[in-house]
Each structure stands twice: as C-alpha cells, then as structure tokens.
Write a protein that binds this ligand. Structure first.
Ligand code: SF4
Length: 356
C-alpha cells in the first residue's frame, strides 16, 4: 500500500511547523485549572518529557488569561489557548500565546472576528477552527440535524469568516466521539480545503477505549494521507496520550521515530521468561528517538526470520539464547545474560547511527 500524504498549507505554532511536509506533531491538553500556574507547569513538564509537541489550555475568564501569560513565559512547549464565545480573551491572549482555538461563528459580530484576526495577524499566530459534533451552531443543526452535513457546513462557514478578513493561517479539526463519523467528517472535508488538519476523536473515553478508538480512526485517516497534527484524548491520562499518539504514527508506518518492538505472544513452546524480558527491554529503550526495529522472540521457530528484518534481536531457547544484529549472530549466552547484552547492542546501534 502506497502512503501519500495530502499536501496542505503549512502553518507555524510557536516554532512547530504543522502541515506541508512537516512531521505530524502530537498534542495534548492540560486538565489542571489554568489559574493553577504551578499545576499547569508540572503537567507541561511531564508532557515535554513524554515528547509532546504542542499543548492546549482552556481559558474561561481573565483570571485564566493572566495565569496563562505567566505559564507561557515558563513553558517548555508551544501553547494554544482554547476559548469559547469571549473574543476579548482571544485578543488578550494573542499577545503572548502561540495559537488560538476559537470558532469565529460563536464569538458574535464581524467586528469581534476582525479584532481577533487583527491580533493573530500582528503576531503571525494561527487559529484552529474546532468543529465538534456535540457543539454545532444552531443554524446548521436546524438545517441539517446533528450529523456530518452540519459539521461540513459549519467548517466551511467558519473558514469563510476568517478568509473574509484575509486570514489563512488556519488549522481545522472535525471531531466526533464516533470512529466512523470522525473518519467520514475528515475525509469529506479534505478535498474541499487545503488547510492542515488536527485529527482527534473527542470524548474518546478511558485509556483502553481511547486507544482503540483513536487507533482505528486516526490510523485509518493517516494511512489515507490525511492529518498534520493529532491528539489522542483520554480521560485522566497525560503522558499516555502522547505515548499512544506516537505509537499510532509508528505502528501505522506513517512516521518512524523511536523503537519499533516486535515480540511474540509466547506459546507452549516457550522455555524462558520472555514476558519479564520484554518488560525490561520496553522500559530501557523508551528514551531512544532513533527509528530502530528490535525483536524479542520466545524460540527459534520464527525468531531467525524476524531477526533478519530487525536491527537487533533476541531469540530465546532453553536456558540460553542468541543475540542477533542485522541478521548475524553476535552472541550465544545463558538466559540471564541475554537482555543485558541485547541492550548493549541496541545502544551501540543507536551510537553508530548518530555518528553516521
Ligand atoms: Fe511460540 Fe516461539 Fe512463536 Fe514465540 S516465537 S509464539 S515461543 S513459536
């Protein structure tokens, strides 16, 4: 299957390029109250170390907006402010923030939209139009019902409101909580505009369900070349959102970064503690950013075949096993020595790649 990414306009979110040929970025949103500056900074630092590219914060009032200014001054990551209805907050935040998420259709008069556009233009920051199935404007819901038609009409209406003021640093999301509707909404809007898309399934649930829903919907869209930045939304999780988003990019083959682990499910042939080994390996390699394929297999039945496609591999046997690098056996060791040697080979492979 050939992967071809839809060519979109490129925008800049605080130094992170989104769209065009820029890497597909991963985002999250803080669940700390924005006025809790320390709480927000703690969460931002956690997301930074988890590898997030961009973070969004809600802004309900001026107390939040003022706190956000202080948070931005200390933030390790670009920040987007999420505002509904109150254009004055958007104008205030545009002076220091990296992007604004606001739907121009719900901030009142054209003069209000003009003010927000002027503030964003002055600082060259983008606006995300966030179309959400659950909050479609009444005019479109009355005409089309709460479905994809209404979302498409709303998206085009909101885009035009910005374009009428000659503003095109736009990013769009078309979120629903249903995987099939989410796929359809993005797919149907894609040929109609050239702005970058922020992918996401909204209210996707807890870690388990969100991982599945997001993998289906976002994976499906990414494989069709749709998507420039993405958020996996999960109830009460932070780092896990980024971990799953990166895994979707990695495991769909759309964007390689970090380690791709191939491990067998184990079966009655196994004669070693592969489950313990894979947990250690997963923990020890998670800091690696280089795209590497590693394989950890329970016996030689499939291990040698998998090892040929892996950069570094282990094939466990009875009380002993092989460490294999690029298809060549580099060590035959006792079981309790295998993981350490394997990890040494992985680190050495990373070193060689960095020096190349
Ligand atoms: Fe079973 Fe060996 Fe396959 Fe693992 S690699 S599932 S132990 S046959």
């Amino acid at each position: 299957m050939a992967y071809t990414r839809f060519k979109t306009k490129q925008i800049n979110v605080g130094g992170v390029l989104v769209g065009g040929d820029a890497p597909i970025s991963t985002q999250s949103m803080l669940f700390s109250k924005t006025r809790d500056i320390k709480g927000c900074l703690d969460q931002l630092n956690r997301l930074y170390f988890a590898g997030a590219d961009i973070v969004r914060l809600a802004c309900l009032d001026m107390a939040d907006a003022r706190a956000l200014k202080e948070i931005k001054a200390q933030s390790p990551l670009p920040l987007i402010v999420d505002i509904h209805f109150n254009y004055k907050l958007a104008v205030f935040c545009a002076e220091f923030i990296d992007g604004v998420r606001i739907n121009p259709g719900n901030i009142g008069s054209k003069d209000n939209i003009k003010e927000v556009v002027k503030a964003c233009k002055e600082r060259k920051i983008p606006i995300r139009i966030g179309i959400n199935h659950g909050s479609i404007e009444k005019q479109f819901a009355d005409r089309y019902g709460y479905g994809i038609e209404a979302m498409l009409a709303s998206a085009q209406y909101n885009i035009k409101l910005l374009e009428d003021f000659d503003f095109t640093d736009i990013k769009i999301s078309m979120k629903t909580s249903d995987t099939q509707k989410t796929i359809e909404a993005y797919e149907r809007l894609r040929p109609l505009v050239s702005y970058p898309f922020h992918l996401g399934v909204t209210e996707a649930g807890t870690k388990f369900h969100s991982t599945i829903k997001s993998s289906i919907a976002l994976g499906n869209l990414l494989l069709k070349g749709i998507g420039d930045t993405m958020r996996v939304s999960m109830t009460g999780e932070l780092e896990e959102e980024i971990r799953v988003a990166k895994a979707i990019l990695q495991d769909s083959g759309v964007q390689k970064s970090g380690i791709n682990i191939i491990s067998c499910p184990t079966c009655g042939r196994i004669q070693s503690d592969l489950v313990k080994a894979i947990k250690i390996v997963e923990e020890k390699v998670k800091h690696i950013k280089e795209p590497l394929n590693i394989s950890v297999m329970g016996c030689v039945v499939n291990a040698l075949g998998e090892a040929k496609g892996a950069d570094v591999a282990i094939a466990f046997g009875k009380g002993q096993g092989l460490v294999i690098r690029h298809g060549e056996v580099v060590a035959k060791l006792k079981e309790n020595e295998l993981v350490d040697r394997f990890l040494q080979e992985v680190e050495d492979e990373v070193r060689v790649r960095k020096e190349a």
